[in-house]
Design a protein around this ligand. Structure first.
Ligand code: NDP
Length: 448
């Protein structure tokens, strides 16, 4: 008999928490997971999944336009935001139920309450009940960060974007990262006039410069407006409900909504970290070792709350490695090298490994190959939009250091190519592979 109510008590049923719970349970542990909102976490409930569905919905605008060049006569097209929104929210309900049944099928007890840590082996639920556990896993994720300035309370975040009553006629999006560019594409496609406002002078800092330039140029051609080096001064709400946005050194903008996409901060408030001697770092994140163990021996943390790499598949790997290590008897760490990522902008960007700048700084002797092409589908549809693929190699070995793509379906293509980069293959291995014709992906083996 264990001295504790549970072997593992997980706080937060998102990507990392759910994976850790069910794997620990499959190793024979008695597991409970506390979730105050819905099972699935940011990715499923208000992130990756509903966002991607909105991208699909938005892209039909261009597809319908292009269809005419392929002989389709389409009359009377009409878009309903309410239909798309409700169908997306319906899918979120489906996934929430699917995640719950996965946990139930793995004998994980779901506790639909907020839990606070009160001692190294003890949590207290919102209802007042106290529960003991041999190990506690913190997997509470992160939330949108909204900078404070006069009127910032009028801003929305990505959380609310999935629930809008009406599609806004005009939108200002603050930030130049993943979320800003993804929602700029979604709203622009659906017919909203979008202005992206960033504090710096670039979008997607950290991505390869050539791709960023290409996305910026295409986005502007599609009608998205960008304002750089434009910090917010204040936002005032008019009687008609519209917002006046005042930016430093710019004319004010009257708009219907302002969405903040200025990064995400770990959800550590009210967790009770002070009761177990865990202090957060300067980003507000919980510091952990390579096995995801915190400063308290019985408490671990995975996912966005640790602010290592804020990506769903990374949180899943961290949850899996934790369960393997603590309950499976096989200590495992996560390899953070060569993690492929994508921005679901329109067109999307996909990337793995070092950017040209990073590779030059780190290795000095590098070579850059590229393919700058107009996809066949676009040529036929009289669409000027060009794709760009870029490969960076270490010389003289030819080992691939980075692969970066912008163009239709680039995340789908890069996932497979990332295996080659992760495996340490060379440019020669790509050259040796016969092209698959006609495809966009063949550009990968034809780069000069
Ligand atoms: P990002 O970190 O991608 O971008 C944040 C943007 O906000 C940057 O342009 C940054 O500017 C700006 N910013 C940061 N702080 C401030 C501030 N105080 N005032 C004004 N501007 C500010 O964050 P997102 O919110 O877009 O996304 C959060 C995270 O979620 C991402 O980092 C990513 O890990 C994850 N995510 C992943 C997706 C995917 O995989 N497709 C999709 C969506 C989110 P600057 O460049 O100057 O720092």
């Amino acid at each position: 008999m264990s001295d504790y109510d549970y072997d593992l008590f997980v706080i937060g049923a998102g990507s990392g928490g759910v994976r850790a719970s069910r794997i620990a349970s499959s190793y024979g542990a008695k597991v409970a997971v506390a979730e105050e909102y819905r099972v699935g976490g940011t990715c499923v409930i208000r992130g990756c999944v509903p966002k991607k569905l909105l991208v699909f919905g938005s892209h039909f605008a261009e597809d319908l336009e292009d269809a005419q060049n392929y002989g389709w006569e389409i009359e009377g097209t009409k878009f309903s935001w309410q239909v798309l929104r409700d169908r997306v929210l319906g899918d979120v309900d489906r996934l929430n139920a699917a995640y719950k049944s996965t946990l139930n099928n793995h004998n994980v007890t779901i506790i639909e309450e907020r839990a606070t840590i009160i001692a190294p082996h003890r949590v207290k639920l919102a209802s007042g009940q106290e529960i003991s556990a041999k190990y506690i896993l913190i997997a509470v994720g992160a939330r949108p960060y909204v900078p404070e300035f006069p009127g910032s309370e009028h801003c929305l975040t990505s959380n609310e974007m999935f629930h809008l009553e009406e599609l806004p006629r005009r939108a200002v999006i603050a930030g130049g990262g993943y979320i800003a560019n993804e929602f700029a594409g979604i709203l622009n496609g659906l017919g909203t006039r979008v202005t992206v406002v960033n504090r710096g002078d670039t979008i997607l800092r950290g991505y390869d410069e050539s791709l960023r330039d290409r996305l910026l140029q295409i986005s502007m051609t599609k009608g998205i407006e960008f304002k750089f080096k434009a910090p917010f001064e204040k936002i005032e709400k008019r009687e008609d409900g519209t917002l006046d946005v005042f930016l430093k050194g710019q004319d004010p903008i009257n708009t219907d909504i302002v969405m903040m996409a200025t990064g995400r901060v770990p959800n550590v408030e009210g967790l009770g970290l002070e009761h177990v001697g865990i202090t957060t770092d300067d980003q507000g994140a919980i510091p952990v070792d390579e096995y995801s163990k915190t400063a308290c021996d019985s408490i671990y943390a995975v996912g966005d709350v640790t602010n290592r790499v804020q990506l769903t598949p990374v949180a899943i790997r961290e949850g899996q490695a934790f369960a393997d290590t603590v309950f499976g008897g096989t200590p495992k760490t996560v390899d953070y090298n060569c993690i492929p990522t994508a921005v679901f902008s329109q067109p999307p960007i996909a990337s793995v490994g070092l950017t040209e700048g990073e590779a030059r700084n780190r290795y000095g002797n590098i070579r850059v190959y590229s393919a700058d092409f107009r996809p066949m589908r676009n040529v036929f549809a009289h669409r000027a939009e060009r794709g760009l693929y870029k490969m960076i190699t270490e010389e003289p070995s030819g080992k691939i250091l980075g692969l970066h793509m912008i163009g239709p379906d680039s995340p789908e293509i890069l996932q497979a190519a990332a295996i080659a980069v992760k495996a340490g293959l060379t440019k020669q291995a790509f050259d040796d592979t016969v092209a698959l014709h006609p495809s966009m992906a063949e550009e990968l083996v034809l780069m000069k």
